[in-house]
Design a protein around this ligand. Structure first.
Ligand code: C2E
Ligand code: MG
Ligand code: MG
Ligand code: MG
Length: 277
């Protein structure tokens, strides 16, 4: 299964070339069909406890498995899905799939959580809270084992509306994580104006923290800031064992990255859980 981890993260040449030669309208049609024809799949990347290295959760990451173009990474189609509004039904599908998968993963690790990325556009949909609630009810998933990842862009969009939605989601008992923290218009006011439980430290700081003393101090400071505010931290982009050790010395809570494992298809992830539990 090591081989499958390799190919999955390598964007295929052909996908990139076709991307430029196919018209936008054609790509929109293709993407709408992809949802109908079940060409979308969720991959899962393990998240570990930094101290014990035990698996505590995973992040669901979408892939488009195109019949001709092969594996297409999300950065190549999420924008299009957002422009066309397709992200709303697609997001609904993602939420359902991730909740169902969480129940399957819990057969191997009792308390495992699954993270779901939410697009800012989904917050413009009046049915977001209802859609999430209905996924919780119909799958019977434990809501506090679902982490909803939002970005600073979402918080800036329409702060009052977003605060209301996040409060509703907290009432459902979901967990809110702020993704890619430090890369947007990072404002500390976000951290007290919105009900945020988890700070995800962006990989750009983690990649460079061993060679760049500023990155290192940023990571250290974000870890202690989060702890002081009663939030937990997830460090992204752990590519070396020594990253884990450094993060442990900063008392980071959780971490994910290629050193632990790349995102993988559900079947491989289940095997990974079996091997590690
Ligand atoms: P993200 O939510 O910040 O996800 C983390 C990205 O970093 C993933 O890329 C993951 O494969 C990659 N990554 C994890 N560890 C490492 C590492 O150690 N080194 C390196 N170089 N990369 C690492 P991916 O899967 O290509 O996703 C890219 C972005 O696409 C995500 O960033 C997220 O913003 C978006 N995305 C992915 N899945 C979804 C989804 O289901 N819904 C929405 N709305 N957006 C999604
Ligand atoms: Mg994320
Ligand atoms: Mg991120
Ligand atoms: Mg990102």
């Amino acid at each position: 299964s090591d081989i499958s981890f390799e190919y999955t993260e390598e964007p295929q040449r052909t996908a990139i070339e076709t991307h430029h030669t196919t018209s936008k309208i054609q790509r929109e049609i293709d993407l709408a069909n992809a949802l109908k024809q079940q060409q979308l799949a969720l991959f899962y990347q393990p998240i570990v406890d930094v101290k014990s290295q035990a698996i505590v959760g995973c992040e669901s990451l979408i892939r488009w498995i195109h019949p001709d173009r092969g594996m297409i990474p999300p950065d190549e189609f999420i924008g299009l899905a957002e422009d066309t509004g397709l992200i709303v039904p697609m997001g609904k599908w993602i939420i359902h799939e991730a909740c169902k998968a969480r129940n399957r993963f819990a057969e191997h690790i009792d308390n495992i959580y699954v993270s779901i990325n939410l697009s800012p556009i989904q917050f413009e949909s009046p049915s977001l809270v209802r859609d999430i609630e209905s996924a919780f009810v119909s799958t019977g998933v434990k809501p506090n084992r679902i982490y909803l990842e939002i970005t600073e862009t979402t918080l800036m969009l329409d702060p009052l509306n977003v605060a209301n939605i996040l409060n509703d989601l907290k009432r459902l008992d979901a967990v809110i994580a702020l993704d890619d923290f430090g890369t947007g218009y990072s404002s500390f006011s976000y951290l007290h104006r919105f009900p945020i439980d988890i700070l995800k430290i962006d990989q750009s700081f983690v990649f460079t923290m061993q060679d760049n003393s500023r990155s290192k101090e940023i990571v250290r400071t974000l870890c202690s800031l989060a702890t002081s505010l009663g939030m937990r931290t997830i460090a992204e982009g752990i590519e070396r064992e020594s990253d884990l050790h450094l993060l442990n010395s900063f008392a980071a809570d959780f971490g994910q990255g290629y050193f632990i494992a790349k995102p993988m298809p559900e079947e491989d992830f289940v095997n990974f859980l079996k091997a590690r539990s």
